[in-house]
Design a protein around this ligand. Sequence first.
Ligand code: OGA
Ligand code: MN
Length: 340
Amino acid sequence: MPHATDTEYQHIQLRELAPTIGAEITGVDFSKPVEKEVFDEIHRAIVNYGVLVFRHASLDDACHVAFSALFGELDDIKPYLALGRKNRFPFDELFDVSNQEDDGSLIKLGSKRHHTGLGNSIFHVDSSFNPRRAGFSLLRAHSLPPPGHGGNTDFADTRTAFDELPEDLRKDLLENQYIGAHSLMHSRKKAAPKDSQWLKDVDPEKFPFGRHDVIQTHGPSGRQNLYIANHLHHLEYKHPKSKDFVATPEQPFERVPEPQSTELIEKLLAHATQDKYVLSVEWQNEGDLVIWDNTCVMHKAGQGTFMEKYARDMRRCTVHDGSKDAWGYNEKTTVRMGLP
Ligand code: OGA
Ligand code: MN
């Protein structure tokens, strides 16, 4: 897929970070509200590249929220607050993605926050488990571990992964029109130690799933995308296979039987996260900002030796998807998965 080149941008400069994904953007003055012409070019760039890196953007909490709101309606952390979490930040639109507890102390290995947070360290898209999925995420480094202690964020290009699907897999996906059932509890369990006292008794089946087509058109680019993530608990057939399948509110689509369902999920994830589709972004400076489009890339937090030693204070704004696919097959409610 050819990319737009620098010459198509008048207000920003763009440097490609990998052949098919990611660009570093310069020339944006974040010390004042970003003007419409500049924003439009940023928006155009993210349609093509999926991931944009801004070094030294140095937004404060308020400007981070204000800039993010240019991309659409913002999600908030009210469901977490309702469950007793405290917000370290003065805005409910800022998600705490740090290795810190609500009081600012470092998360201890083996603690509940540590185990539940490990879900971020396997490839995922944000909020595919909620009724309305996320569109863009804007992640800012407020404070970082010293260099050499890890903590990159990695991105996987699921549009190019679709383009280059092995023929048998592509045929299977196109013929069967799978729906993916996404679950936050599932990815947390998958990433945490098997015997985690915080997660071992959690049953993903007891929570609602977020349902989305596995193959989708990414509207703004017109490219096909594999909308997959480690949140995928199982697959379902859009059209029932067996004559006796009866849809219920809990099970609106016929499930793909096991182990076929899990095997296919793992095959798709392994295909899409090969090195050739992955861009690793190093956080170099406090104030760096990275924006990605959850509807065409996956991401994961890189682990590192910083965990119990240094704060990696990352703050994220999450923009609700505004596309026609935002709700997938879900009921349009404002209920979101919390962090019990
Ligand atoms: C996120 C996330 C990755 C990171 O903010 O959604 O997954 O590197 N973060 O912190
Ligand atoms: Mn994430």
